[in-house]
Unconditional design. Structure first.
Length: 435
């Protein structure tokens, strides 16, 4: 008898008849996820309710516009679903306005830029190589092509590498010099607490709008900041993805407390940068927000941080350097050089995947290697925490990582460790297998 949820089995049975080629790859991907340890900080495992809501008849409908003001008929139930999603997002983050239509976090940022700036306007953000995001001013991204990014740095001090953190004095200096329209904070590879209050103080000095992109830490910021300080009420606008720590479908979300900004954002999303919303995904967002509003979600977020600290500590004891000397959230950057000066993040990622430990290569602050290779890897604990793993398993995972990297990816060693990983995974079921 299958241990998966019945809808998943039914889907594969149906596809085996309709499209066996796709069914085969989907079945293999399900098996891969079940038997490997997911350590990519931006990934998670959704519940059956979140997953199957996306694969529903809601995908059949065009619903351009907003509830009560659609450009197509037949949207009465879609209006209700979108209103539920918006209301749950507002309750979850404690804000007054929410737009749940962005297809992704990058498109949420695109809409915010359209709503707040004109082409050529200046905005300030953390440089990409120090943990920023491509939609925060990368030269070939829309944000760098159509606007003028200026960047603030991390604080570097050779004798104290734990100080690789946001330099708020440097932020203030850049903002006072360039007087940007928008000041951005929130990052894709930053393991420390973000001082939204200090960012707002700096933004106010020049009349800039503070935009917090909390795509990575959104779940930690829910319930008025259950595991990380909330960006509200400090940020004028908050953008996020709805997956990662929020444990929802892949998508975007924009929030604000300012009614005028909310109106501009709505126009920027539609018709500014998007057409018809993905109503099947919006319904799935609503389901995820509903799950996140439950009290046990707070405990889940706190356990993510506990696990991250445990994993970082275990790796440190094995001779690896964790940038900033630790973590306050769900992720960490591991500098591989103290363990092996010749080891690159690209090699580490490849070797670890062969052993069933899934992560991504990542540049570290002041990394001498290019992004294709890097000197580090990024690890996160949202997915392992979803499966019910705790600090004891983090110790085990650190040991497994070290054995793989110490073996230099030896195939025999990785094959043995892959079996141990599968055995560990069998003790911690995926959400779709918990019944």
């Amino acid at each position: 008898m299958s241990s998966h949820d019945p809808l998943s089995d039914h889907l594969l049975d149906m596809l085996n008849h309709a499209d066996p080629e796709i069914a085969r790859h989907m079945a293999l991907e399900r098996q891969r996820q079940e038997s490997t340890i997911e350590l990519i900080a931006s990934e998670n495992h959704v519940s059956p309710a979140v997953m199957h809501t996306m694969g529903s008849w809601l995908t059949n409908k065009y619903a351009e516009g907003y509830p009560g003001a659609r450009y197509y008929g037949g949207c009465v139930h879609h209006d209700a679903i979108e209103n539920i999603a918006r209301d749950r997002a507002k309750a979850l983050f404690g804000c007054k306005f929410a737009n749940v239509q962005p297809h992704s976090g990058a498109q949420a940022n695109t809409a915010v830029f359209m709503a707040t700036m004109k082409p050529g306007d200046t905005f300030a953000s953390l440089v990409l190589k120090d943990g920023g995001h491509l939609s925060h001013g990368m030269s070939i991204n829309f944000s760098g092509v159509y606007h003028k990014p200026v960047h603030y740095p991390l604080h570097y001090e050779a004798s104290h590498p734990e100080f690789e953190q946001i330099d708020y004095d440097a932020v203030r200096k850049v903002v006072l010099e360039h007087k940007p329209k928008v000041l951005m904070c929130g990052y894709s590879a930053y393991p420390r607490t973000i001082r939204f209050d200090l960012f707002r103080t700096i933004a106010d000095e020049v009349g800039a709008l503070l935009v917090a992109d909390v795509a990575h830490i959104a779940g930690l910021c829910t319930h008025n900041g259950c595991a990380h300080p909330s960006p509200f009420p400090h940020a004028h606008i908050v953008t996020t993805t709805t997956h990662k720590t929020l444990r929802g479908p892949r998508g975007g979300l924009i929030m604000t407390n300012d009614e005028d900004l909310a109106k501009k954002i709505d126009k920027a999303v539609f018709p500014g940068v998007q057409g018809g919303p993905l109503m099947h995904v919006i319904a799935s967002k609503a389901v995820a927000f509903g799950e996140a509003l439950k009290p046990d979600f707070v405990d889940y977020q706190k356990r993510i941080v506990v696990n991250a600290k445990a994993l970082a500590s275990a790796l440190t004891s094995l001779g690896y350097r964790i940038t900033t000397n630790g973590t306050d959230n769900h992720l960490m950057l591991v500098d591989l050089r103290p363990k092996n000066s010749e080891l690159t993040g690209a090699d580490a990622e490849k070797w670890l995947e062969s052993a069933g430990l899934i992560c991504n290569k990542n540049g570290i602050p002041n990394d001498p290697r290019p992004p294709k290779f890097t000197s580090g890897i990024r690890l996160g604990t949202p997915a392992t925490t979803t499966r019910g793993m705790g600090p004891a398993q983090m110790q085990t995972i650190a040991s497994l990582i070290d054995r793989v990297l110490t073996s230099k990816g030896d195939p025999a060693a990785c094959e043995k460790i892959r079996a141990e990983v599968a055995s560990l995974c069998s003790k911690f079921a995926m959400p779709s297998m918990k019944h």
